[in-house]
Write a protein that binds this ligand. Structure first.
Ligand code: UN1
Length: 508
C-alpha cells in the first residue's frame, strides 16, 4: 500500500527538537556545537550540540563521586531513581518526540521506549529496599557467615541507536540503586535524546541533594568506547550493539580483569507449528519483523514454518507486509519508519541480492520515497522464501528482512532455530502443550529469551534480558540482573572466645 508521503525539512525537525528541549528545560541545540545531530527521517543533520566532557574527565569525577555515593543508604539512592521516574512521566511526550527524531520511531513505539524507562525506574525503586544478601550456617560454633552486596564502582554504559535511551535506563536505574555512578556513551545517532535524559537524571539527583555527577554523558565514536573499556576505574562495562563492537570491547575489558555485560547481535527465529492460531501468528510476526523497521536486536528475522501451513502463512505475511503503512513518523502515522542510515539500506539491499543468488524469492524490500526524501532510507519490509538456512540467513542484517524456511519434524525446526551463531530471542507458535514445553525446556531453544505465542521482541522489563553465544551472555533489566552491578563480600565473624579453624585444621 503506497500512501502519500509528507516529508519533513531539517528546519521543521530543528524547531520540534528545540521546543521539546525548552519544555524539558535542558541544554539547547544550536549550530556551532561540535556534536552533530541527524535525523533518519530526513537523513540530514538538523542541529549541533556542544560536546560534553572527555572520557578522562568523566572517569575522574565518577571515581570521586563514588566515594560518597556508595555510603548513601540504598533506599535513599532509590529516591533519586524515583524522582527520575517522575521526571520521565512529566516529560514523556517531549522525550518521545526526541526518540522519534533521532531513531525514526513511530509515535507509539517512541512512547513505549520512554514507558520502558519509567517501568525500570519503578522496578529499581522497589529493588532499592531489596538488595538482599545471605546468612549461611557456619560449620564453627558462634561464628556468623554472611554474604553482602556492596556498590562496585563507576559503570560505563555504551548504547546503540535503536533503543537510544531505554537501554541506558536499564543500566542506569539499577546501577544507581546499587550505588554505582554511571558514565554513558550513547550512540552517535542520538546525542540530543541522550543529553536530555542524562540531564533529567542529574536534575533528579540534585532535587534529592545528591551530587549530579552520579550521571554523566560522553560523546564520541569507537575511540571513546575503547577508552572506557580500557579504563580500570570502570570495574563494569555494559555494552549494547553489534557483535563486531562486542568482539572489540570485550577483550579490552577482560585484559584488565574488568567485567562486562554484553548485549550484542541477535538473529531471532519463530517456529510456526501446524496447530498455531494463524490469525494471531500473522499479527505477531508482522510486528516482530517489520516493527521498528526491523531494527530491534530482538526483531524477528527467521520464520521456520511447518510445511503443512507454510504456503498459507507465507502468503498472508506477504500480504500483510504489502499493506504496511511506511512513512514519515512525524506526519504519516505509519507503522514503519525509516532505516537509520543509507548504509543500513545498502546492507539490506545487499542481503536481498545474496539471498536471491542463494535461491530465495524476495517479495518487497524496495526503496520508497527516494524522490521526496533522497537522503533518507525508507524501505518496504521484505519476505524471502528460502530453500535452506544459508550463510546470509545466519547473518544478522539490521533491517526488516524476514527469511522463511520450512520444516517437517519439531526436532528439525529446533535445530534450525539454534543453528545460528547468535542466541538472543526466539518464539514458537503452537497450541500443543508438549511442543511449547519442549521449546522452552533444556533441549529446546538455546536463546536467552524463549516465548510461546508471542513474537521474540517487545520484552517486559521484569525478566532478565539478554542472550547466549554471540549475543554475549549479559543480562540486564529485571530479575536478579542487579547482582552484576555489585560486588559480593563474604564475611565470617567469630563471636566466640575460641579460634577453631575451618575443615578441622589444628595449628597449635
Ligand atoms: C534492543 O533492541 O536492544 O524486547 C532492546 C524488546 C525491547 C528491548 C529491545 N524491550 O524488544
Amino acid at each position: 500500500m503506497v500512501t502519500a508521503f509528507n516529508p519533513s525539512s531539517s528546519a521543521e525537525i530543528r524547531s520540534l527538537a528545540a521546543d521539546a528541549l525548552e519544555r524539558l528545560g535542558v541544554a539547547a541545540i544550536g549550530t556551532d556545537g561540535d556534536v552533530e545531530a541527524r535525523s533518519p527521517i530526513t537523513g540530514l543533520p538538523y542541529a549541533t550540540i556542544p560536546s560534553s566532557l572527555t572520557a578522562e574527565d568523566a572517569a575522574i569525577r565518577a571515581a570521586e563521586v563514588f566515594t560518597t555515593w556508595r555510603d548513601v543508604p540504598a533506599p535513599r539512592r532509590g529516591e533519586v531513581v524515583r524522582r527520575l521516574g517522575e521526571l520521565l512521566r512529566l516529560h514523556l511526550d517531549d522525550l518521545a518526540t526526541l526518540v522519534q527524531i533521532e531513531a525514526g520511531k513511530i509515535r507509539s513505539e517512541a512512547l513505549g521506549e520512554v514507558r520502558e524507562m519509567i517501568d525500570v525506574c519503578d522496578f529499581a525503586v522497589g529493588l532499592s529496599r531489596q538488595l538482599h544478601g545471605l546468612t549461611i550456617a557456619s560449620e564453627r560454633p558462634r561464628h556468623r557467615l554472611t554474604e553482602t552486596w556492596h556498590p562496585m564502582g563507576p559503570i560505563a554504559v555504551v548504547t546503540a541507536f535503536n533503543f537510544p535511551v531505554a537501554v541506558w535506563s536499564w543500566n542506569a536505574a539499577l546501577a544507581l540503586v546499587c550505588g554505582d555512578p554511571v558514565v554513558w556513551k550513547p550512540s552517535d545517532h542520538s546525542p540530543v535524546t541522550a543529553s536530555a535524559c542524562n540531564a533529567l537524571a542529574r536534575r533528579a539527583a540534585t532535587d534529592c541533594g545528591i551530587d549530579p555527577d552520579v550521571c554523566q554523558v560522553v560523546f564520541g565514536g569507537a575511540e571513546v568506547g575503547r577508552s572506557l573499556a580500557s579504563d580500570p576505574r570502570f570495574p563494569l562495562v555494559s555494552a549494547t550493539g553489534s557483535t563486531r563492537m562486542g568482539r572489540e570491547l570485550a577483550p579490552v575489558v577482560a585484559s584488565r580483569f574488568g567485567r562486562s555485560i554484553l548485549e550484542l547481535g541477535g538473529n531471532n527465529a519463530a517456529i510456526v507449528a501446524p496447530s498455531a492460531d494463524l490469525d494471531m501468528t500473522v499479527r505477531a510476526i508482522t510486528f516482530a519483523a517489520a516493527g521498528t523497521a526491523g531494527q530491534r536486536c530482538t526483531s524477528l528475522r527467521r520464520l521456520i514454518v511447518h510445511e503443512s501451513v507454510a504456503d498459507e502463512l507465507s502468503d498472508r505475511v506477504e500480504r500483510a507486509f504489502a499493506r504496511l503503512r511506511v512513512g514519515n513518523p512525524l506526519h504519516d502515522d505509519p507503522l514503519v519508519g525509516p532505516l537509520i542510515t543509507q548504509e543500513a539500506r545498502r546492507l539490506m539491499e545487499n542481503a536481498l541480492d545474496v539471498a536471491r543468488a542463494d535461491g530465495g524469492s524476495v517479495v518487497g524490500g524496495e526503496r520508497m520515497f527516494a524522490d521526496q526524501a533522497p537522503e533518507a532510507s525508507y524501505v518496504r519490509p521484505a519476505v524471502v522464501r528460502m530453500p535452506a538456512q544459508t550463510e546470509i540467513v545466519r547473518t544478522e542484517t539490521f533491517a526488516p528482512v524476514l527469511y522463511v524456511m520450512t520444516y517437517r519434524e519439531l526436532d528439525e525446526a529446533i535445530a534450525l532455530q539454534n543453528g545460528v551463531p547468535q542466541g538472543l530471542a526466539s518464539s514458537i507458535f503452537t497450541t500443543d502443550l508438549r511442543e511449547a514445553e519442549r521449546f522452552t525446556g533444556p533441549s529446546g531453544s538455546d536463546c536467552g529469551i524463549a516465548n510461546v505465542n508471542i513474537g521474540p521482541s517487545g520484552a517486559e522489563i521484569g525478566g532478565a534480558f539478554g542472550g547466549e553465544k554471540e549475543t554475549g551472555g549479559g543480562r540486564e533489566s529485571g530479575s536478579d540482573s542487579w547482582k552484576a552491578y555489585m560486588r559480593r563480600s563474604t564475611a565470617t565473624v567469630n563471636y566466640s572466645n575460641e579460634l577453631p579453624l575451618a575443615q578441622g585444621v589444628v595449628f597449635e
